[in-house]
Design a protein around this ligand. Structure first.
Ligand code: DAH
Length: 339
């Protein structure tokens, strides 16, 4: 009988299980009423009186060992830390932490969506450009200050290779290769030689729109601008156009929208004017059409360009431009709900 007890002890010490169901099967095998341990207790009746003490003690030890061992196996399985095949495939998975979209991407997509509803399609161009596409074809005079090293990053001189300073260069590229009707929206990154501060950065993002066809007029431009502003900033939004100057448009204008913080009454944000500036626009200068091989007697067009950072600031009140390029997740996670 002692031999039997010792064999069973060794067996129980070596037990393994990887699921709660396996543990339960072991419990039934060893500890139930008809289990191995109980059977030995039944045999105890036949043990001679002089052995009763030693065998009784061994039996009790066996029962404790079996109970402890099976409890330990159960705990292991339930806490999932079992090293014996250790995986419980029935456990609920921990949720994935999803990333968030960058606020500039959110706003870029929203702008594109609005123009798409008006029939504009996306066009893109290179960030590394030449003088012709960024300046000359866009009617910049040879001595225009933007051509200065202080404003533009030059990679190479003669022939000039430079980083584009505005997305208007995409206008040139598209008009060179396509005849009207042209209706494009061009999002992209641009570069200027500026000291980095809360209000300026050496790279930022723009969206350009261009519409060239027969009989395109300034009122088409105005209506497009009003539609854009109200879709972007809400149906109450008012716009106003102020005369301005750009080499590539004539006439040129800057567009303001009514300040949505104070509803146009005047506050610190709009410098007490009730208006905030958001973009530049105008009728494409005939010189630009001709430079790109489009007959300016037959066709007219309008163009507009805006900074995505500026629109994002207005929508989400991000006051420091540097936050957009620092990849601080605490900042980026604030836009989780804006998807
Ligand atoms: N390219 C101008 C800039 O970078 C923005 C701009 C103004 C674009 C007027 C246009 C426009 O298409 O018509 O500041």
């Amino acid at each position: 009988m002692l031999d039997k007890i010792n064999t069973l002890k060794a067996e129980i010490e070596a037990l393994t299980a990887s699921t709660p169901a396996e543990v339960e099967a072991l419990r039934i095998k060893y500890l139930s009423k008809k289990g191995e341990v109980a059977l030995l207790f039944n045999d105890f009746r036949t043990v001679s009186a002089d052995q009763k003490r030693a065998i009784g003690q061994a039996l009790n030890e066996l029962k404790t060992l079996a109970t402890d061992r099976i409890n330990a196996l159960r705990e292991q399985c339930e806490s999932g830390s079992s090293t014996a095949q250790g995986l419980d495939l029935t456990r609920t998975a921990a949720p994935w932490r999803l990333g968030t979209r960058h606020p500039l991407s959110l706003v870029r997509e929203e702008i594109i969506d609005i123009f798409r509803r008006l029939g504009f399609t996306v066009a893109e161009g290179p960030e590394i450009e030449d003088d012709w596409h960024v300046f000359s074809a866009l009617n910049f005079a040879p001595d225009h200050p933007a051509r200065d090293m202080q404003d533009t990053f030059f990679i190479k001189r003669e022939p000039d290779v430079l980083l584009r300073t505005h997305t208007s260069s995409v206008q040139t590229r598209v008009m060179e290769h396509a005849q009207p009707p042209i209706r494009i929206i061009c999002p992209g990154r641009v570069y200027r030689n500026e000291a980095i501060s809360a209000r300026a950065h050496c790279f930022f993002h723009q969206v350009e729109a261009l519409y060239v066809d027969k009989n395109v007029t300034f009122s088409d431009l105005r209506q497009t601008l009003l539609y854009f502003a109200q879709e972007m900033f809400g149906p109450e939004t008012q716009i106003r156009l102020r005369p301005s100057y750009f080499p590539f448009t004539e006439p040129s204008a800057e567009m303001d929208i009514s300040c949505d913080l104070c509803g146009g009454k005047g506050c610190n944000f709009c410098k007490h004017t009730g208006w905030v500036e958001i973009l530049g626009c105008g009728m494409v200068d005939p010189n630009v059409l001709e430079a790109c091989g489009i007959d300016s007697k037959e066709y007219t067009g309008f163009a507009l360009g805006m900074g995505i950072e500026r629109i994002t600031n207005l929508k989400y009140r991000v006051s420091d431009l540097r936050l957009f390029s620092e990849n601080d997740v605490r900042f980026l996670e604030e836009f989780t709900s804006a998807h």
